[in-house]
Design a protein. Structure first.
Length: 247
């Protein structure tokens, strides 16, 4: 069994509050040869509920000044940790399943999660498609590249949060590690801000850059996107072109 660090004292929907033991306030702990992440905001705890271990993300902690204990003449306040369920481990396969299928109940015990289970939460061990590492735990983030590029994806975030860098990293890994697997595929990047016209993704010798500019009067071939005749004389293509506006 892992290190028990507290118990559930309140459940309100998906918001769970744990009364944490004050003695467990280290960032990293080692127990029976395994490395455990301590109670750190952004990391995970496990809550035992029957045969399932519910993985919960730590969102915050605070001291409840209304409840205190006195030990050896020293007053200590009740430490509370707010967590949110993110998934669960089953006893059958011990694999992480994402989604809120099980919720904790009062008096359920909370445990620290060891490194191996953290790795299964953050990525897929069998994949060699690594796009980075977590900041706190230094765990590689592995993605199932076959499923990733076979579906629609979107990257959201505030300005400067790293959307462009994330996109560049994903496709750089794809072109560098999976060249044989994608040799029959073609990729078109519509780069409205000119962020990837340098050495991103691939070196310039292995990609074709077309700089389109409606304000440029230069009629050289490099500023044109050529359409084959078979694609131009297509009903759908012509309907798009003839409905085009200045915008």
């Amino acid at each position: 069994m892992s290190i028990c660090v507290g118990e559930v004292i309140e459940v309100r929907g998906t918001r769970v509050i744990i009364e944490a033991y004050n003695k467990h306030n280290k960032d990293i702990l080692f127990y029976k040869g395994k490395r455990y992440q301590g109670i750190v905001i952004g990391s995970y705890l496990l809550i035992k509920r029957g045969m399932q271990d519910i993985a919960c993300k730590i969102e915050g902690e605070y001291l409840d000044e209304k409840k205190c204990n006195q030990e050896n003449g020293k007053i200590t306040y009740q430490r509370k940790v707010t967590v949110k369920p993110m998934g669960y481990f089953t006893a059958e396969d011990d694999k992480f399943h994402q989604g809120i299928k099980f919720l904790p109940m009062l008096k359920d015990s909370a445990y620290l999660i060891h490194q191996e289970r953290l790795e299964s939460i953050y990525g897929i061990k069998t994949s060699d498609f690594v796009i980075g590492k977590t900041i706190k735990e230094d765990i590689p983030i592995n993605l199932p590249w076959g499923k990733l590029f076979a579906s629609h994806i979107a990257i959201f975030g505030n300005t400067g949060s790293g959307k462009s860098n994330t996109l560049a990293k994903i496709y750089t890994e794809l072109f560098q590690k999976k060249q044989q697997a994608i040799k029959k595929s073609k990729f078109i990047v519509l780069d409205l801000n000119g962020e990837y016209t340098g050495e991103q993704f691939l070196d310039n010798a292995n990609k074709n850059i077309i700089e389109l500019n409606t304000r440029n009067q230069d009629n050289t071939d490099q500023n044109k996107f050529k359409l084959p005749e078979t694609e131009f004389w297509d009903a759908e293509m012509l309907s798009i072109l003839f409905k085009a506006t200045q915008n």
